[in-house]
Structures are given as structure tokens and as C-alpha cells.
Design a protein around this ligand. Structure first.
Ligand code: ACO
Length: 323
């Protein structure tokens, strides 16, 4: 059996840091409120001229370097984003072109905060089918472009950034036999649209629009949905919370992360947290966290890593990887 093995990962964050104290000067909020409700202390904001594709390109280059590969080695690019540079063409094709590639296939995938999970699961199916050899899976977002900076209930939560992994199709024999993507579980339920959506687009008011969210409603659904798909992953592989080396959740809110880990019996020291410094970077949050935990030596070859996300749609999902 062919396995999709993680060969490398990388990330990129804009330089500009926006602190809670600065936000308190823009809307009626406080560092104390934001930290207590979300765990967020600061987030990064794209500079003028920085776009989702430029962030994604930087993350893709970092992932290729980490993998010791070049664009010539890649034949599939999946970019998860809800904040594309253009309605079309796809951000993935912009990144493909900026990498100097004219071969292979590149496309975007839109599942809001679950985008990276959906992207990883999709790329895994391409690789294990034998149709493609090496995939760049990118999560890149500039939510600062769709935030209503006058709305204190949302503008304190989000940040910009990008992360990427390189997956390679390898013959599942010998040491590769139990490495790579072990299982993935994707879900969606479109009845929840109005709880988290952007109030614009070609089919509505023809403007870019702003993110709108019923935060309490999202929170109410999040933990149950997350723990369901993780339980599915445990059941499919015969693994348990004790078997995990790392839990790398989508970074929306510290309280959602802690409640999910607690409900599943995942020890706090196994949880990778970046939300305090990145805020919610939507599809970028998981690969950003992976790149950080890989670079600082936490995630090592052979580690069992559980990834999960839940977001607009609603969409939600889990991917279990043996690194
Ligand atoms: N600063 C100060 N006060 C605020 C702020 C703020 N930034 N935002 C809201 N408040 C006020 C509200 O107006 C409300 O005041 P009221 O009681 O006088 O009406 C009070 O604080 C409580 O508001 P709630 O919304 O009930 O606060 P809650 O404890 O639910 O926390 C939060 C809000 C942080 C948004 C929480 O609901 C949450 O994290 N939800 C999940 C959101 C999320 O993770 N979304 C991303 C999903 S992923 C994706 O796809 C993008």
C-alpha cells in the first residue's frame, strides 16, 4: 500500500505584530477580556501589498527547503484558503507560477478553518491513488482583509499567516509501513451558514464583505464536533489518547482547545498551542503550529500526531499522521 509521508513543513508570518493593547485603542475591548476569553495576546497582520499568495509562497518555499526538495519535485499543489487574492484564478496557481512551475496541477480548496485538514485528506487521496507523487499542501490566509475592524466581537480573534507541508507517496513497506497519513475524517453541515460567514461576494452584494460570527453559537458546537471526528480517528486506527505524541488542533480559541483535549483525555503537555501569538489564522493555523513544533524539536520522526479543525460551513475534520 502507498503511504503519504510528511517530508517537510514550513511557515511564514507577516512582520507586523498587532497587540491586544493596540486593539484596545481601536475598539471597546481590553487585553484582559481578550486573554481571558480566547488566550490570544497578539496576532500578525499582512503589510500593504502582502497577499494570501505571497504568504503561501513563502511558506511553500520554507516547506520545500525543510524537505530538501525543489519545485521540480512537486506535481500537486493544494492551497486551502478563504481569502484568495482573486475570486479566480486560484491562489494555488499563483503560487505554482511564482515557484516557476509549469507542470503538475494546482487548485484551491475552501473549507474555512478546516481547510488544511480537508486539503491534507484530499492530497493524501491523490497520492495513495498513485496519480501524483509529491504534494505541497498549503494553508494561507489574510483574514485582516475581511475583518470589520469596528466589530470588537470578531476583530480581536483573527490574524494572517501561512503554513505548508510536503507530502510524498512512498511504498508502504519496511520503516514506511506505519508512517504517513493513517486516517482522515471529514464532515460538514451547511445548515449552520449564518453562524459564521462573510456578508459579501459575487452572488450577494458583489463586494468583498466582512466576516460575521455568532461566537457563542460557534463555541457551543465546536467541542462536540471536534471530539466526534477525533474519536472516529481513534476508532478507525485502534489508537487512544495515550498513544498520541502530539495534538495539533486548529488554533481558534484556547478555551476550545483545552476543553477538547480535556474531554478526550489528551495530556496538556502534548498540546501544541500558538493561538496566544498568532490568533486564529483559519486554514493556516495547523501548518503554522506544525512548522513551529517541528522546528523546535518537539515533533520527531515516528511521532503520532493528531490534527483537527472546525470552522465555517460548518466544516470539521481530523487527520491522524505518523510523522
Ligand atoms: N471586548 C470586550 N467585550 C466584548 C468583546 C471584546 N472584544 N467582544 C464581545 N464582548 C462582550 C459582548 O458584547 C458581551 O457583552 P454583553 O454581555 O454586555 O452583551 C460579552 O462580551 C460576552 O459576549 P459573548 O459573545 O457571550 O462572549 P463569549 O464568552 O462567548 O466569548 C468569543 C466570545 C471569544 C467569541 C467566544 O464565543 C468564542 O471563542 N467563540 C468561538 C469563536 C471561534 O472560535 N470562531 C472561529 C471558528 S473557526 C472559523 O471557521 C473562522
Amino acid at each position: 500500500r502507498i503511504r503519504s509521508v510528511v517530508r517537510g513543513c514550513g511557515s511564514y508570518l507577516p512582520e507586523r505584530v498587532l497587540t491586544n493593547a493596540e486593539l484596545a485603542g481601536m475598539v471597546d475591548t481590553s487585553d484582559e477580556w481578550i486573554v481571558q476569553r480566547t488566550g490570544i495576546r497578539e496576532r500578525r497582520i499582512a503589510a500593504e501589498g502582502e497577499t494570501t499568495s505571497s504568504l503561501g509562497l513563502a511558506a511553500a518555499k520554507a516547506a520545500l527547503e525543510d524537505a530538501g526538495l525543489t519545485p521540480a519535485d512537486i506535481d500537486l499543489i493544494v492551497c486551502a484558503t478563504s481569502t484568495p487574492d482573486y475570486t479566480f484564478p486560484a491562489t494555488a496557481t499563483q503560487i505554482q507560477s511564482a515557484l516557476g512551475m509549469t507542470h503538475g496541477a494546482a487548485f484551491d480548496l475552501q473549507a474555512v478553518c478546516s481547510g488544511f485538514i480537508f486539503g491534507l485528506a484530499t492530497a493524501d487521496k491523490f497520492l495513495t491513488s498513485g496519480s501524483h507523487r509529491r504534494a505541497l499542501v498549503i494553508g494561507a490566509e489574510t483574514f485582516s482583509h475581511i475583518i470589520d475592524w469596528q466589530d470588537r466581537t470578531t476583530c480581536v480573534l483573527f490574524g494572517d499567516g501561512a503554513g505548508a507541508v510536503v507530502l510524498e507517496a512512498m511504498e508502504g513497506t519496511g520503516t514506511i509501513a506505519d508512517r504517513g497519513v493513517l486516517t482522515s475524517h471529514l464532515r460538514s453541515d451547511g445548515r449552520h451558514r449564518e453562524k459564521l460567514y462573510v456578508d459579501g461576494g459575487p452572488g450577494t452584494n458583489r463586494k468583498v464583505g466582512h466576516l460575521r460570527m455568532e461566537g457563542r453559537e460557534v463555541f457551543r458546537h465546536a467541542v462536540g464536533m471536534i471530539t466526534d471526528v477525533i474519536s472516529d480517528a481513534f476508532a478507525a486506527t485502534g489508537t487512544t489518547a495515550e498513544d498520541l505524541d502530539w495534538f495539533v488542533p486548529h488554533q481558534a480559541n484556547r478555551r476550545i482547545i483545552d476543553a477538547s483535549a480535556h474531554k478526550l483525555g489528551i495530556a496538556p503537555e502534548k498540546v501544541v498551542v500558538t493561538v496566544d501569538r498568532h490568533g486564529n489564522t483559519s486554514a493556516a493555523s495547523i501548518p503554522l503550529a506544525l512548522a513551529e513544533a517541528k522546528a523546535d524539536g518537539r515533533i520527531k520522526e515516528g511521532d503520532l500526531v493528531m490534527l483537527e479543525a472546525m470552522g465555517g460551513g460548518f466544516t470539521w475534520g481530523s487527520v491522524l499522521v505518523r510523522w
